[in-house]
Structure formats: structure tokens, C-alpha cells
Design a binder for this molecule. Structure first.
Ligand SMILES: Nc1nc2c(ncn2[C@@H]2O[C@H](COP(=O)(O)OP(=O)(O)OP(=O)(O)O)[C@@H](O)[C@H]2O)c(=O)[nH]1
Ligand SMILES: [Mg+2]
Length: 216
């Protein structure tokens, strides 16, 4: 994907109403510290989102405008133990309000820490996303931290813990090494291209055109 422009536009909190503008949104959802902000930065090839080894760094929904055409939305993580119950409820309400807002076409990137494996909270989040019926892609983060011999089994474990159908893949990624980033961009590009109108298909047009193809 050629990134011609990427800029931080705004942070939003619960109650601030819809924030998109109807253009497609790619949202990053996952446990606190799973690597959402790091992966977003890696996908964009620049450090836009704040990352931290302290869980709970991202506390607002952060909107990044990409190529003047679509949004990346960095969401606060779930399962941050040190937040109060009130804060956790606020989190759940703001994520829920965001994901139920019908104003934008949305792809959720659900991140699960490959080193930790799927936790009960990851399972609950997967169930929640499945019930919402939102388009989603599951990725296993920090894959660089796994030994070669552990990798295939861990991916299978995550797929089964999250109750993913047989054909649904879990994409291994590493913000550190860049592994899996190209593969993930393919999914994002497919989502951005959207459903091909039947008319265009019949006439043999390439619906994707040249825009936003994965780079090289
Ligand atoms: N080894 C390794 N470490 C990573 C990777 N991605 C992120 N990390 C580390 O994991 C920690 C958390 O990364 P963040 O990107 O801030 O995580 P987050 O999900 O945005 O966290 P919150 O904003 O707190 O919800 C940081 O110390 C990162 O350096 C990765 O691919 N490999
Ligand atoms: Mg973050």
C-alpha cells in the first residue's frame, strides 16, 4: 500500500457522537498492551500513534486520516487491570457506541497477543464482534517472540479459542520485524476496494484500479 498521507486528526471520547465522515474505517481492537498502536504505526511506516510498555496508554479513540480517503481508528485496549470499574464500563460503552454507529463502513482488526495466547477477554471480545456482525480480521501480534516450533500450534489455538470458522485465518504479524504486514494490507485493501458492482464485473473492469494496491 502506498501511503501518500497519514495524519492524526482527532481524539474522541464517549458521548462526542459520530466522528467519521462516512468514508471507510479500519479499527484496531484488542487487549491493552497487545500492540495496537505499534501495528498501526508499522502499517503506515511512521510513528503516529503513541506506544508504551505501560498498559492503558491509549485512552481515547484516535482518528488518523489515511490518503485523504479512509480512517485508521486506534481504540483503547480492554482488560487493563488497574483501571477502575467505572473506567472499564466507560470503555465498553464508548467502544460499543463506536462500533454500533452506522455512519461508516468498518473493518475491525482484532489483535491477540501470540506470546500470551487468547485470554478469556479475547474470547469474549471475539464473541461480541461476531454478534455485532462487523467485518473483522484476526491477527496474532508480537509473533517475533515465538519460537519457530511454537508458531503453527499457537495460531491453531487462537483460531479455536476465538471460535473462528475453519476457513478463517489468523494472520501472524510483528510490528518489530514487519512480518505479516503485507498480508494484513491485502485484507485492508480488499475491504477498501469494497464489493464489486455487478455491472463493472460484467464489463471486465478491474474494480480495484491502481489505487491503494499493496506496495511492490
Ligand atoms: N516484541 C514485540 N513487541 C511489541 C510488538 N508490538 C508491540 N510491542 C510492544 O508491546 C508494548 C505495547 O505496545 P502498544 O503498541 O503501545 O500496545 P497497545 O495495544 O496500543 O496498548 P494500549 O494503548 O495500552 O492499549 C510496547 O512495549 C511495544 O514495544 C511486536 O510486534 N513485537
Ligand atoms: Mg495504544
Amino acid at each position: 500500500m502506498r501511503i501518500e498521507s497519514a495524519e492524526f486528526v482527532r481524539s474522541t471520547v464517549i458521548g462526542s457522537g459520530p466522528s467519521g465522515d462516512g468514508s471507510p474505517e479500519v479499527a484496531f481492537v484488542g487487549r491493552s498492551n497487545v500492540g495496537k498502536s505499534s501495528l498501526l504505526n508499522r502499517l503506515l511506516g511512521r510513528k503516529l500513534a503513541h506506544t508504551s510498555s505501560t498498559p492503558g496508554r491509549t485512552r481515547t479513540l484516535n482518528w488518523f486520516r489515511i490518503n485523504r480517503r479512509y480512517w485508521f481508528v486506534d481504540l483503547p485496549g480492554y482488560g487493563f487491570a488497574r483501571t477502575s470499574r467505572d473506567e472499564r464500563e466507560t470503555w465498553a460503552r464508548s467502544i460499543d457506541a463506536y462500533l454500533r454507529d452506522p455512519s461508516g463502513r468498518r473493518l475491525v482488526i482484532h489483535l491477540v497477543d501470540a506470546k500470551v495466547g487468547a485470554t478469556r477477554l479475547d474470547e469474549e471480545a471475539a464473541q461480541y464482534l461476531a454478534d455485532l456482525g462487523v467485518a473483522r480480521t484476526v491477527v496474532a501480534t508480537k509473533f517475533d517472540r515465538l519460537k519457530r516450533g511454537e508458531r503453527a500450534a499457537r495460531l491453531a489455538e487462537i483460531r479455536s479459542a476465538l471460535g473462528l470458522a475453519g476457513g478463517t485465518e489468523v494472520i501472524p504479524v510483528s510490528a518489530l520485524s514487519g512480518e505479516g504486514v503485507r498480508e494484513l494490507w491485502k485484507h485492508i485493501a480488499e475491504f477498501l476496494a469494497g464489493p464489486v458492482p455487478p455491472q463493472e464485473r460484467k464489463e471486465g473492469h478491474d474494480a480495484e484500479g491502481d489505487r491503494d494496491r499493496p506496495a511492490g
